[in-house]
Design a protein around this ligand. Structure first.
Ligand SMILES: NC(=O)c1ccc[n+]([C@@H]2O[C@H](COP(=O)([O-])OP(=O)(O)OC[C@H]3O[C@@H](n4cnc5c(N)ncnc54)[C@H](O)[C@@H]3O)[C@@H](O)[C@H]2O)c1
Length: 243
């Protein structure tokens, strides 16, 4: 579970642990990941912390290989990493080249690294579930809280998920994405009210979503029961993209 130390990743971690999974909370923020691990322990679940930077492929591969060795399997990969909210706002014309590269490194390459490192372990057992957190921004081209740079990096995640789904379709592995709109997370709560209110005003349901609402969608796609669902992206956006 990458990005498992905060927000949606934390909620998914707690839900997966409740379902009986041993969850590797893989995050760059070790202290926050340890706090989530204590929550998992407190609820009677099983977890471990792995401090990792998803932009470093060798580190990601080392983590996946070690986890698969320790537990003899790697059934589910959920990717939920992002930069702090304000770093996801710039448009292409306002962003520096470093900001653009950083967004692609963290959002797109990070997911590519995790999938590339996880699939060989899933192929070995002929079973796997991959769920990548995309974003409504990828579909709309930004315009709510995310800007062009974030939207482009997240569109990469959607293309990657669909393409990989095709590559591994005969291996018992499904690959799907979940596209949330504005979701209430502790980090978003620190943002100014005005952009949040603007974003919420575009949601037919007239509110932000909760991390548990996103987690429920992720859990379904990560379940055995979702065995015939692959290469799709599920909108969890209060109806924003309905047509
Ligand atoms: N919250 C929303 O409104 C929203 C909306 C649409 C999409 N999303 C997507 O959902 C996912 C989760 O978002 P969130 O709001 O819960 O995020 P969050 O900011 O609460 O958590 C992101 C986590 O990623 C970790 N992280 C950052 N850089 C890392 C790196 N290089 N390596 C490893 N870990 C790193 C952070 O430490 C943090 O724990 C993201 O992919 C985000 O783009 C969120």
């Amino acid at each position: 579970m990458t990005g498992g130390a905060s927000g949606i990743g934390r909620a998914v971690t707690l839900s997966l642990a409740q379902e009986g999974c041993t969850v590797i909370i893989a995050d760059i923020d070790g202290a926050a990941a340890e706090r989530v691990l204590r929550e998992v322990d407190g609820a009677g679940g099983k977890g471990e912390v792995s401090v990792v930077d998803v932009t470093d492929f060798e580190a990601v591969r080392g983590m996946m290989d070690a986890a698969a060795r320790r537990h003899d399997r790697l059934d589910i990969l959920v990717t939920s990493v992002t930069l702090p909210p304000k770093a996801n706002w710039p448009g292409l014309m306002d962003a520096s080249l470093e900001e653009i590269k950083r967004s692609f490194d963290v959002h797109t390459m990070g997911v590519a690294h995790c999938c590339k490192a996880a699939v060989p372990h899933m192929r070995k057992r002929g079973y796997g579930r991959i769920v990548n957190l995309g974003s409504l921004a990828a579909v709309l081209g930004g315009g709510m809280l995310g800007g062009t740079v974030y939207a482009a990096a997240k569109a990469g995640v959607l293309g990657l998920s669909r393409g990989l789904a095709r590559e591994v379709a005969k291996d018992g592995i499904t690959v799907n994405a979940v596209n949330p709109s504005l979701i209430e997370t502790p980090r978003h709560a620190q943002l100014d009210d005005q952009p949040r209110a603007r974003a919420v005003s575009r949601v037919p349901m007239g509110r932000a979503g909760t991390v548990d609402e996103v987690s429920a969608a992720v859990l379904f796609l990560a379940s055995r029961e979702a065995s015939f669902v692959t290469g799709t992206s599920m909108a969890v956006d209060g109806g924003t993209t309905m047509h």
